[in-house]
Ligand binder design. Structure first.
Ligand code: ADP
Ligand code: RBF
Ligand code: MG
Length: 368
């Protein structure tokens, strides 16, 4: 069956918290610390109860979920100063600045639609915005209807980008096209009402909606600001990746939870260094390996070299310089393996380009 074409749009409305801004980490850090005061423990599995809600609704949910012996208003007055201290540490989601610059440079009208008016002010992003003047938060379509009015656009000409379920519901109820970018892991199956679900803003294809395509992909790769991780090679799942001809020298994710939460799961490439052996091309997956449905994130670099032996315990350093694709599920192990070999070719070729090859000399790979 041919995939139906998406509706063509002429403007984009972006959710702020969780979509353009990586707020989840700060929210969970603040709540984790605060709950200790009440001798309660933060439960990451309940994070979905607060995502996409107004500050008041989210607070009410926390008071209820953790059976706190205070009112929602008391909770808000205690938690607000703790959040205010942290707002300065909020980072943009990967791809957020790229998307905004792309839309702006092509003159695509855009707007923000946040549930949290305070954050709009403090982040000083000067676009059209709603949130401060609507009476009901998402999932009510009100905020999206209001923003479309201010943009002078028909709702059907608007593309909404949202990370939360209430936000997606609001966008659809407003009669808009909606792309979901779930900010919490393993939630994509819940977003059935969205017109498309993507893993991160890096995967957005504006041309699917009649908007200008990104022009920064180079030979099936997306250059990124390099990031670095390293540590001793640990035992993985022992699934016989080696038997498949795809050995992956796993790194521990423990020391890197902060840096990993800043980067979307997916297939990346770059340079790998083993101190006694040298620097090698590398292609890797970071994430939950949807085909195996792991419950933990793994870091699995495949060094593109024949070693003829194991090197468990050796210190491995990675400079990650480009992105290839999101992790995917596959109908068979054969098709997963074929895709990984395709990734290998893409990485091997790309790493010859000066843009990427220069990082072979990166100081991080030289320090002993
Ligand atoms: P595990 O499940 O323990 O990660 P794998 O089957 O993925 O086992 O094999 C990975 C191990 O193979 C690495 O830890 C490393 O010691 C070794 N190895 C040999 N050649 C390579 C290579 N080219 N890339 C990555 N690891 C390799
Ligand atoms: N696992 C997945 O479930 N989905 C993927 O899309 C995926 N892509 C990968 C890409 C590369 C370059 C590598 C090295 C691994 C990838 N894996 C993926 C991880 C794979 O499932 C894991 O290494 C297994 O242990 C292989 O048997
Ligand atoms: Mg491995």
């Amino acid at each position: 069956m041919a995939k139906p074409l998406n509706k063509l749009v002429s403007c984009v409305i972006l959710d702020l918290d969780g979509t353009l801004l990586n707020t989840d980490g700060i929210v969970s850090d603040v709540l984790k610390a605060y709950l200790v005061k009440h001798e309660k423990q933060w439960d990451g599995r309940r994070a979905h109860r607060i995502v996409g809600k107004t500050p008041y609704e989210a607070s009410a949910a926390v008071v209820e979920d953790y059976e706190l012996p205070i009112s929602t208003d008391e909770f808000i007055s205690e938690i607000t100063p703790r959040f205010s201290e942290q707002w300065c540490n909020i980072k943009a989601q990967p791809g957020a600045n790229r998307l905004i610059n792309h839309l702006r440079s092509h003159g695509v009208p855009m707007a923000l639609a946040s549930n949290s008016p305070k954050m709009n002010v403090e982040t000083k992003i000067s676009y059209h915005q709603g949130g401060d003047e609507v009476t009901s938060g998402k999932p009510s379509p009100e905020i999206y209807v209001e923003v479309a009015k201010r943009l002078n656009m028909n709702p059907s000409s608007c593309l909404v980008i949202e990370d939360s379920l209430p936000g997606v519901t609001a966008g659809k109820a407003a009669g808009m096209e909606v792309v979901a970018v779930p900010s919490l892991p393993k939630q994509s199956h819940l977003f059935t009402s969205a017109d498309e679900v993507i893993n991160s803003l890096l995967d957005l294809q504006p041309e699917k909606w009649g908007l200008p395509a990104f022009e920064d992909w180079i030979e099936s790769t997306l250059p990124i600001e390099p990031w670095y991780i390293g540590g001793p090679v640990i035992k993985g799942f022992g699934r016989g990746s080696k038997v498949l001809g795809i050995p992956t020298a796993n790194l521990s994710t423990e020391a890197y939870s902060a840096i990993l939460s800043e980067h979307p799961s997916g297939v990346y490439f770059g340079w790998a260094r083993l101190p006694t052996r040298g620097v090698y091309k590398m292609v890797m997956s970071i994430g939950w390996n949807p085909y195996f449905n792991n419950s933990e994130k793994t870091i699995e670099p495949w060094l593109l070299h024949d070693f003829n032996e194991d090197f468990y315990g050796e210190e491995l350093r990675l400079a990650i310089v480009g992105y290839i694709r999101p992790e995917a599920n596959f109908p068979s192990l054969d098709s997963l393996v074929a895709k990984i070999h395709e990734d290998r070719k893409i990485a091997e070729n790309a790493l010859e380009l000066p843009l990427y090859s220069k990082y072979k000399e990166d100081p991080y790979l030289k320090i002993s």
